[in-house]
Design a protein around this ligand. Structure first.
Ligand SMILES: O=c1ccn([C@@H]2O[C@H](COP(=O)(O)O)[C@@H](O)[C@H]2O)c(=O)[nH]1
Length: 236
């Protein structure tokens, strides 16, 4: 069993209390998972919180989903690189120029540059919600469209649901990374997620990294919930 199998799990640290988050993190090893900091914790606790996790040797995915004019996004991803994060993301719908300028801004960091990933269609969205935005494609078609744009713009991969993983691996190749939230172990609550899949099926479909929040962080025993997910992945 390789530690890389375990490091497929990115735990979404969505807490409103830093001590609660750090107490959970203190039960984890950087060999068994990576950590994701999103808008809630970053807005409460800022770059200092991210730095604490980086200094504890965790690979940190800074999930701030930048979406702005190219110059602003390029500077924001460079600021993320300064924090020493492992991965950072932008919205693919920001367009080719925004994504390619962001990638270019990271070249000065050489092999220390974080992976740059584009969000395609949020996993909380289904066909009905896309229609309300005036998008007539299916979620699969829209994800593929935006993922091709992200690849053409030089990005390292995309955030999509595991339901699109097989298609994207076939169309865009093995090297293009697929980061999949909307992961739900059997019997857990989907909550606001619409395009979901179990950890084991997601890995079989081609997901490189599984983003998991509430099924682990809200479990009675979060460390045991992570272990169960890791065991199910290794068994797949
Ligand atoms: O399309 C997306 C992009 C990001 N997310 C983030 O992932 C986690 C999922 O948490 P759960 O509790 O497992 O639902 C959360 O931080 C989202 O902001 C996403 O769900 N979908």
């Amino acid at each position: 069993m390789s530690t890389q199998d375990f490091k497929k799990v990115l735990i979404a640290l969505d807490y409103n209390n830093e001590d609660t988050a750090l107490s959970f993190v203190s039960q984890l090893s950087p060999d068994e998972c990576r950590l994701k900091v999103g808008k809630e914790m970053f807005t409460y606790f800022g770059p200092q919180f991210v730095k604490k996790l980086v200094d504890m040797d965790f690979d940190v995915f800074l999930d701030l989903k930048f979406h702005d004019i190219p110059n602003t996004v390029a500077k924001a991803v460079a600021a993320a690189a300064e924090l020493g994060v492992w991965m950072v993301n932008v919205h693919a719908s920001g367009g080719h120029e925004m994504m390619s300028k962001a990638k270019e801004a990271l070249t000065v960091y050489g092999d220390k540059a974080p992976l740059l990933i584009a969000v395609t269609v949020l996993t909380s969205m289904d066909q009905g919600q896309l229609l309300k935005l005036g998008i007539e494609k299916t979620p699969q078609e829209q994800v593929l469209y935006l993922a091709k744009l992200a690849k053409e713009s030089g990005l390292d991969g995309v955030v999509c649901s595991a339901q699109e993983a097989e298609l994207l691996k076939r169309e865009l190749g093995e090297e293009f990374k697929l980061i999949t939230p909307g992961i739900r172990p059997a019997g857990t609550d989907a909550g606001d997620q619409k395009r979901i899949m179990t950890p084991q099926k997601a890995v079989q479909a081609g997901s490189d990294y599984l983003v998991i929040g509430r099924p682990i962080t809200q479990a009675k025993d979060p460390a045991a919930a992570l272990k169960a997910v890791n065991d199910s992945i290794v068994a797949s």
